[in-house]
Design a protein around this ligand. Structure first.
Ligand SMILES: Cc1cc2nc3c(=O)[nH]c(=O)nc-3n(C[C@H](O)[C@H](O)[C@H](O)COP(=O)(O)O)c2cc1C
Length: 208
């Protein structure tokens, strides 16, 4: 007995938005989780699909701008408690139509709600650090690759993280997530590079 209480560890929330447990996205989320654990965090892995999160909004979860203390649905309060408990938030997702998968978009729409994530004089998100880790099918050389980068920089970093008062935000894109037109050793090498890219993104977040 060394008196070390594992509940003393800071919490890292890893949010995974993918319907397949054997997807590259899921493996990157798992890898990020392991790296965070290795750095002393207690990881709360939120697999939105596996947990059956419902991205559809409802009247119960509409913000009431006259009442920042509104009680929302029980599901939303359960989720925001996990967000509030985390010092570090890592969101791992595939880029779909130059944006978030609907499952993940719905999580932000419902859970990052008025009074819970924004709209208070002192932000409930103050002091948190966040990483957006996106997997994109396009290659980094594709003429539309800059559009992926601008989605992370604009709507996600500025529109969500900074708007909610997150203290420090990182963003990284792993391009060519399907290894288009690659085979053999070149393909294997490419995927090793994606893993390295994911590790480096988490390390940057950990370095602060
Ligand atoms: C519905 C859908 C929309 C997509 N839209 C984009 C896109 O806008 N830009 C892009 O780079 N890749 C796009 N892709 C490719 C995905 O990003 C790619 O399949 C994913 O990153 C691969 O990771 P996974 O194997 O974990 O699903 C799209 C894929 C799907 C299924």
């Amino acid at each position: 007995m060394n008196g070390y209480n594992e509940e003393d560890r800071p919490v890292a929330l890893v949010v995974l938005a993918h319907h397949r447990s054997d997807s590259l996205t899921a493996s990157m989320a798992e890898r990020a989780a392991n790296r965070l654990e290795g750095d002393g965090y207690r990881v709360d892995l939120l697999n939105l699909h596996a947990e059956g999160f419902d991205p559809r909004n409802s009247v119960a979860d509409e913000p009431d701008y006259g009442d920042r203390d509104k009680t929302y649905s029980a599901e939303v309060h359960r989720h925001i408690r996990r967000v509030h408990a985390a010092e570090v938030i890592v969101v791992v997702f595939p880029v779909w139509w130059f944006g978030l998968p609907a499952l993940l978009k719905g999580w932000f729409d419902r859970v990052w709600n008025y009074g819970l994530a924004y709209g208070r004089s002192r932000s409930p998100m103050e002091g948190k650090r966040m990483l957006w880790l996106a997997l994109a099918g396009l290659t980094a050389r594709d003429p539309n690759a800059d559009l992926v980068a601008s989605v992370l920089e604009g709507p996600l970093r500025r529109g969500v993280s900074e708007y909610c008062g997150i203290s420090e935000t990182h963003a990284a894109v792993l391009y060519d997530s399907e290894g288009q037109d690659l085979s053999g050793e070149a393909r294997a090498e490419h995927f090793r590079g994606l893993v390295t890219g994911a590790d480096e993104a988490v390390d940057k977040l950990l370095a602060g």
